[in-house]
Design a binder for this molecule. Structure first.
Ligand code: HEC
Ligand code: HEC
Length: 272
């Protein structure tokens, strides 16, 4: 009888400790645990389609987001990347105040729902008309991409599934610009520390050039939708008109060199 009580107390204590540990766990750890749990599940596409209905309000039924960059294209993204981003957002390891309320378990559901919606999105075809930049500095952009990004995101910007490396080809230019800013300034908490180092020295011109080049990289042909494709999974969806992207300003000219005063002529030297 005595032992049972002692064991009971011990068990209670262990449970409390475990709970305290869980509460103290950093958002990154909580997200990582959920990521691994989700990856082990077998996704159900039909359930994923239904779960996606909530997301379609912002990301559109096609998953193409908006060329003005307010919403990213998530169609065709790797399943692993989508899972990681969802787990990060709801563990608050990536700030996304707009989307956060839709990501919590009470609305989106548990790990199975994440597995389902991620698999659904990964198989949607991508837009053939994502937002691009001004197109005025692409050679510089290509050189920067090959030297600084290809190693991780791939020569074609296709990323890769096992390392949850985001595909960046075909993403909206203005969304890429915002993420790049957040990653560089540390506002995006889940960014890759190696990438942060890699882009440290980028000037505004470098950033615009490399991301314009990136946005124009084409996804694999079999992943692209044909012109005018509408997602047949949402036949009755009323699609509100898409905001037009703002005109992209050309890169500012460098400021003119300051004029140096004319050197004094020999005869004009002050005499001592
Ligand atoms: C209220 C609008 C809204 C809803 C609803 C919404 N999202 Fe988002 N989502 C956003 C915004 C805005 C971003 C980009 C945030 C940023 O700029 O960092 C985003 C980003 C994402 C990203 C990261 C993309 C990337 O390339 O990094 C994924 C994945 C995503 N959303 C999936 C979903 C899924 C799945 C759902 C439904 C369960 C959903 N979203 C519902 C607004 C929304
Ligand atoms: C050392 C590897 C590495 C290098 C080099 C690197 N990145 Fe990344 N990048 C990552 C990883 C990993 C992520 C995803 C982090 C996360 O959210 O889990 C990422 C995320 C991004 C994102 C956000 C994608 C999204 O869907 O939200 C953009 C944009 C991006 N990288 C662009 C670039 C560009 C452009 C370069 C080169 C100038 C570059 N990266 C160099 C590893 C790298």
């Amino acid at each position: 009888m005595k032992t049972t009580t002692a064991l009971g107390v011990l068990a209670g204590l262990t449970a409390t400790l475990a709970a305290a540990q869980l509460m103290a766990a950093a958002p990154a750890e909580i997200a990582q645990r959920e990521y691994e749990e989700v990856l082990a599940l077998t996704p159900n596409l039909e359930n994923g389609r239904q779960a996606y209905l909530t997301c379609a309000v912002c990301h559109r039924p096609e998953g193409w987001g908006s060329p003005d960059g307010s919403y990213p294209q998530i169609a065709g993204q790797w399943r692993t990347v989508i899972i990681k981003q969802l787990a990060d957002v709801r563990a608050r390891n990536r700030d996304n105040p707009l989307m956060y309320p839709f990501s919590v378990p009470r609305i989106l559901g548990g790990p199975q729902q994440i597995a389902d919606v991620a698999a659904y999105l990964a198989q949607l075809p991508m837009t053939p008309h994502n937002g691009w930049g001004p197109g005025t500095d692409l050679e510089h952009g290509r050189a920067l991409y090959q030297a600084n990004c290809a190693e991780c995101h791939g020569d074609n910007g296709w990323g890769n599934e096992p390392d949850h490396m985001p595909a960046v080809a075909g993403q909206h230019f203005l969304y890429l610009m915002r993420q790049f800013d957040s990653i560089r300034t540390g506002r995006r908490k889940n960014s890759d520390p190696e990438m942060v180092k890699q882009i440290e020295g980028f000037s505004p011109r470098d950033q615009a050039a490399v991301l314009d080049y990136t946005a124009r990289l084409r996804p694999p042909p079999e992943k692209l939708a044909r012109d005018g494709w509408l997602n047949p999974d949402f036949p009755n969806y009323v699609r509100p008109p898409m905001p037009e992207p703002p005109p992209i300003p050309a890169m500012p000219e460098p400021p003119p060199m300051p004029k140096f005063p004319e050197p004094p002529r020999p005869g004009e030297f002050p005499s001592f």
